[in-house]
Design a protein around this ligand. Structure first.
Ligand SMILES: *Cc1c(COP(=O)(O)O)cnc(C)c1O
Length: 359
C-alpha cells in the first residue's frame, strides 16, 4: 500500500455503485434511475441558469430550495437541510448525529453505503437481522444504542413499514437519533415527515434522484427538528460551503413546484411495477411486495448470478448482490412499459433454454 496513505484511507472499503455502462443500447434496470426524464419545467429552469451569473457563487444556504421543500411538507425552512445528493446528506448525518460511544444499529440487509460511512468515520455499529420474510422488526432495535438508521421502504428488499410501527418505536427510543432514509418513499410508502414536530430526535432523508428523475443533478434533503438541521449545517460548513450549484438549486425548486408531473410519473411507475410483478410471478419468480421503483425477486430453479449474466448477454442490466441471505435475488429497476416487457420476454427465453441450476 502507498506509504502516503493515511491509516484511515488504508482501512476503507468504499461503496461500489451499480454499473454506468459507456456503451449505448442497453436496457438499464440496475441503478433505480427513473425511466422518465425530469419535468419540462426543470429543464427550462436549468436552461435559464446557463447564463453570465455562473461567475457568481451560488447561495451557500440554498434558501430558495429549503423554502420550496418546507412549503411542500408544511414545515419551516429551519427544519430542512439540502445537500449534494442524499449520499452526502447521509454522510453528514453519520458524522453529526450517529457517531456516539454506543453502537449504531441498522439492518443486516439494507443500503450498503451505511457500513461504508461507519468505516470512514470509525463508528462502531451492529447489524440487526431482518426477519425471515425480509422485514425490519423495530422491536429488535429497542436496546441501548448510539443511533438507529434504516431505509423505509428498505433497499434492496423493497418492503415498507407502516407509519404506526415507526411511531411506536419513536415513543420508546428517545435517547438517540433515529434516521429514516426515505429514498423510495414516493412509490407507495408513508413518509414520517408528519412526525418530526413530535420527535426531536427524528431525521428523515430523501432524494430527488429516484421519484423526481434527477439522479444526474445530485440533490438530497433532510427534514427534522431545527437543532438536528443545525448539526448538519455545522458539518456542511466545515466541509463545503457550496454543495449545491446554481443548476441544482433552480432545478430542484422547479421539481418541487411541478407536482402534476411528479404525481403522473410516480403513478405510472407504480402501475408498471405491479404489472411486472405479476408477469414475473407467472414465470415462477418469487417477488417480495415492493413499495419502490424496483422489485426484489428470485427464481427457485435458477442461480441469480447466472440469470444476471444471461440478461447482460441480451443487453439487459439488473443488480445482483453477492451477500449472504440475498445472493439468490435480483434487484430489478422498474423501467418503461416497453423495457419491462422486453425483460419479461428475455427471461422467458432464458428459462426455456438451459437447465435448472439451484434448488
Ligand atoms: C439511491 C439511494 C440513495 C442515494 O441517493 P442520491 O441522492 O442519488 O445520493 C440513498 N439511499 C438509498 C436507500 C438509495 O437507494
Amino acid at each position: 500500500m502507498n506509504p502516503y496513505w493515511s491509516p484511515v484511507v488504508r482501512g476503507l472499503s468504499p461503496y461500489v455503485p451499480g454499473e454506468q455502462p459507456k456503451i449505448s443500447g442497453l436496457i438499464k434496470l440496475n441503478t433505480n434511475e427513473n425511466p422518465y426524464g425530469p419535468s419540462p419545467r426543470v429543464l427550462s429552469a436549468l436552461a435559464a441558469e446557463a447564463a453570465e451569473t455562473l461567475r457568481l457563487y451560488p447561495d451557500p444556504n440554498s434558501d430558495r430550495l429549503r423554502e420550496a421543500v418546507a412549503g411542500y411538507y408544511g414545515l419551516a425552512p429551519a427544519q430542512v437541510f439540502v445537500g449534494n445528493g442524499s449520499d452526502e446528506v447521509l454522510a453528514h448525518a453519520f458524522l453529526a448525529l450517529l457517531n456516539h460511544d454506543l453502537p449504531l444499529l441498522f439492518p443486516d440487509i439494507s443500503y450498503s453505503f451505511y457500513p461504508v460511512y461507519c468505516g470512514l468515520y470509525q463508528i462502531d455499529f451492529r447489524t440487526i437481522p431482518l426477519s425471515a420474510d425480509y422485514q425490519i422488526n423495530l422491536d429488535d432495535y429497542c436496546r441501548p444504542n448510539g443511533g438507529v438508521i434504516f431505509a423505509n421502504p428498505n433497499a434492496p428488499t423493497g418492503r415498507a413499514l407502516p407509519l404506526g410501527e415507526i411511531e411506536r418505536f419513536l415513543v420508546r427510543n428517545t435517547d438517540s437519533a433515529v434516521v429514516i432514509d426515505e429514498a423510495y418513499v414516493d412509490f407507495g410508502a408513508e413518509t414520517a415527515a408528519g412526525l418530526i414536530d413530535r420527535f426531536p430526535n427524528l431525521l428523515i432523508i430523501q432524494t430527488l434522484s429516484k421519484s423526481r428523475s434527477l439522479a444526474g443533478l445530485r440533490v438530497g434533503l433532510a427534514l427534522g427538528h431545527a437543532d438536528l438541521i443545525e448539526a448538519l449545517d455545522r458539518v456542511k460548513n466545515s466541509f463545503n460551503s457550496y454543495p449545491l450549484d446554481r443548476f441544482a438549486i433552480s432545478g430542484a425548486v422547479a421539481a418541487f413546484e411541478d407536482t402534476d408531473y411528479f404525481e403522473k410519473t410516480r403513478r405510472r411507475i407504480m402501475v408498471t411495477r405491479d404489472r411486472l410483478t405479476a408477469n414475473l410471478q407467472a414465470l415462477g419468480f418469487i417477488v417480495l411486495p415492493s413499495q419502490c421503483n424496483f422489485i426484489f425477486a428470485r427464481h427457485p430453479g435458477r442461480d441469480a448470478a447466472e440469470l444476471a449474466r444471461s440478461l447482460r448477454q441480451k443487453s439487459i442490466l439488473v443488480r445482483h448482490f453477492r451477500q449472504e441471505r440475498i445472493d439468490q435475488f435480483l434487484r430489478i429497476t422498474v423501467g418503461t412499459d416497453d423495457a419491462c416487457a422486453r425483460l419479461v420476454e428475455v427471461l422467458k427465453e432464458i428459462l426455456q433454454g438451459g437447465e435448472e441450476t439451484t434448488a
